[in-house]
Design a protein around this ligand. Structure first.
Ligand SMILES: [Fe+2]
Ligand SMILES: [Fe+2]
Length: 166
């Protein structure tokens, strides 16, 4: 299986699990279900990725109950904390593993950090952040980065463990 095919398959898994919510009593269920196949093999980094999925589910659950606007300040607060902690952990691990694509990967982290800070500032200034916009942004990050770019690093780590990389 080629790397690109694996990434596409993972993206499909995520799309298939999105939008699930109970038809009973209107009680929302998790928008995304975390799968073992998304794990990189680093307990610290994997737990942090689950935390982002938890935030996505927290916001989508609130939106299902038409309470999305109430969840925004907490989710933004958590995201600002998350990017500092998670990107530091992940980049440290990449550095330790001599990951050749670290520079490009860091660029994506910087881009995401900038967008989160912009959203947080916009919200603080005049509450001009829509729950749907925030949810779409987080889902895109999960789909395009965590199960794509981060998985490329996961495959690299597995090759290193098998002695296939220097
Ligand atoms: Fe990550
Ligand atoms: Fe990353």
């Amino acid at each position: 299986m080629t790397g690109r095919y694996a990434a596409d398959r993972l993206n499909q898994d995520i799309l298939l699990t999105s939008g699930h919510f109970s038809r009973h009593y209107g009680v929302p269920m998790a928008l995304f279900l975390w799968k073992k196949s998304y794990e990189l093999g680093s307990p610290e980094v994997d737990m942090q990725h689950r935390r982002l999925v938890g935030l996505i589910n927290e916001l989508s659950d609130a939106m299902m109950l038409r309470q999305g606007y109430r969840a925004i300040p907490h989710v933004l607060e958590e995201l600002v904390d998350y990017v500092q902690l998670h990107f530091t952990s992940e980049e440290r691990l990449m550095n330790e593993m001599n990951y050749p694509a670290l520079t490009e990967h860091r660029e994506e982290h910087l881009d995401f950090t900038g967008k989160i800070i912009e959203l947080k500032e916009r919200y603080t200034r005049d509450h001009d952040v829509d729950a749907g916009e925030l949810l779409r942004f987080m889902c895109e990050w999960l789909k395009n980065h965590i199960v794509a770019r981060d998985q490329e690093f996961g495959r690299y780590m597995r090759r290193v463990e098998m002695g296939l990389e220097e």
